[in-house]
Design a protein around this ligand. Sequence first.
Ligand SMILES: Cc1ncc(COP(=O)(O)O)c(C=O)c1O
Length: 639
Amino acid sequence: MPTTLEAKTPRLVTALPGPNAKRVLEQDAKFMSPSYTRDYPLVAKRGHGAIVEDVDGNAFLDFAAGIAVCSTGHCHPKVVAAIQKQAAELIHMSGTDFYYESMPQLAERLGRTMLGAESKKVFFTNSGTEAIEGAVKLARYATKRDKLIAFYGCFHGRSMGALSLTASKSTQRKGFGALLSGIEHIPYPYAYRCAHGHTEDTCGAEILEQLEGQIFKRLFDPEDVAGIIIEPIQGEGGYVSAPKFFLQELQRICRQHGIMFIVDEVQSGMGRTGKWWASEHAGIEPDILCSAKGIASGMPLGAIVAKETVMRWKPGSHGTTFGGNPVCIAAALATMDLIESEYMENASRMGDYLFGRLADWTKNFKIVGDVRGRGLMIGIEIVRDQRTKEKAADLRNAIVDLAFHKGLLVLGAGENTIRLSPPLLIDQEQADFAVRTLEDCFREAQKRSGKLRVPWLLQKKYGGHGIFVYTAREAGGIGAGTMPIFSQLMFRAVHWAARRGLRGEESFSNDAKKQELGASACEEKPIHYWYLRKQGYIFVARNYTPRGIKGEIDLVGYDGKTLAFVEVRTRTIREGLPALPELSITREKQHVVVRTAQRFIAERHVGECPCRFDVMAIDNCPGQPPVVRLRKDAFSPQR
Ligand SMILES: Cc1ncc(COP(=O)(O)O)c(C=O)c1O
């Protein structure tokens, strides 16, 4: 009998998350930055091949590969041996100041993978973001120009320069102020949603026209443009591929104007699409190529590979302490051996096999709008309606969560796409398991969506994030006598939400009079409900107590933009001035509220909704009406 890690398919031995996982989640909620976006509570302990075991001994089949990083699977023995050998010999020297043999070795190998006769030079970084950051500097340096063109939907990283190019989700930019100037974004060719009705082969002609006819004529003279940067297959944007002709035309435009053609292959490279680089499928020869993720099987390494004639910056113009660390380079050399000898070919073969199995999914599942990608970079776009192509982020999230509970790890990409980015070593048995599991999940999700579809208008108006619950009474109230159809729709919304585990606010006072402040002076609940409603909140949950962690949130409200976690403090004031609301909550309690809120966000998949923490103080003075004060944004998790 194989051990859990040696098995090829999952084995779940506890409910998820298990008891040990819960402990880690609690600690994580307490100490980790809340900016991370975890889709489900996997607490990984060890991995082997395409199997990951969690801290409770549950084994999962990994079709996410640490965001397309573990190209040779988890802890491939050859990669581990290379790391161990190197770590015992030399861990660090800093390639900026010293030499070591493996650095030019890897650079030479990477250069050889790129198309084009011209020799290449390489700069090593610690991450994809740093590779992009360096590529931008290099393009500016080499051309002595400063303007850049990037594409909507592309993700290039989160440091200030890379973030200025990223145009994936506004949450990634919000709150960070001014970014690099001189960058213009243009649409990415997205065949499934092509406004001009083009196919996968022809989509994008109008975008090129816009670039040459509008951008170059009205905004940036092409002689001022340092670089055009593109992902040949968008990763975070939803696994959307740019057509071959589009990449070729971009290259032509770049050559014509002396613009650097920069290709971001951080996610799409290193054999994932069946060739070293996704851009190879289009036969293009970029001036600068950025790599990271799969390059070293999980060790932090990135690379800027550029034509020798381009990478001619002077000593001191760019450098790094850790980039190209000997241990990472050893892992990368072992990774390249494995990709070259078997995994690139396997990615191509298993990719074809998976595409074959998914070929009929748009016919079999009404919620599948598109299946696309190349090799083991596969995107499945989830829609509410194939005709309208309405994006169904909630269903996508539900599928990702269902898959986890069935032992399959997948991630979302873009607003409503499921990404399959397994390690490149998966075999047919594992591909079959993933397909079967996803089929089950899709069936379940489809059942949910089919029965109780909330009309788009309602969701937009009342539940932009799919979290809103209206009471049956409120629904009835709105509909009664005036708009019976609307009333019916509201009821459907209530049921829709209830099916997703969102509870309605049943106990909102039935007696309208009781909602008047003062009429039930010392009764706490009607007052704070009344008060919050007056503030324009919609109730989402009350006394939310997540399973497995100790904590409660008195009220969760939504004001149309922000999710507010409200702590209600009721006090009896006998003499003196009552304290300010925000002072009435201790730091320990703040921690509990934040932790509980994080769980709420994770469970409801509302991670993209802006949040804040409010404190409401209800001060009861005997014989007088209570004083209600609400302090919005009373505390923040960072403080
Ligand atoms: C295409 C692309 N470029 C750049 C990055 C940034 O890489 P890193 O997270 O290693 O900094 C990513 C990360 O997802 C990516 O997918």
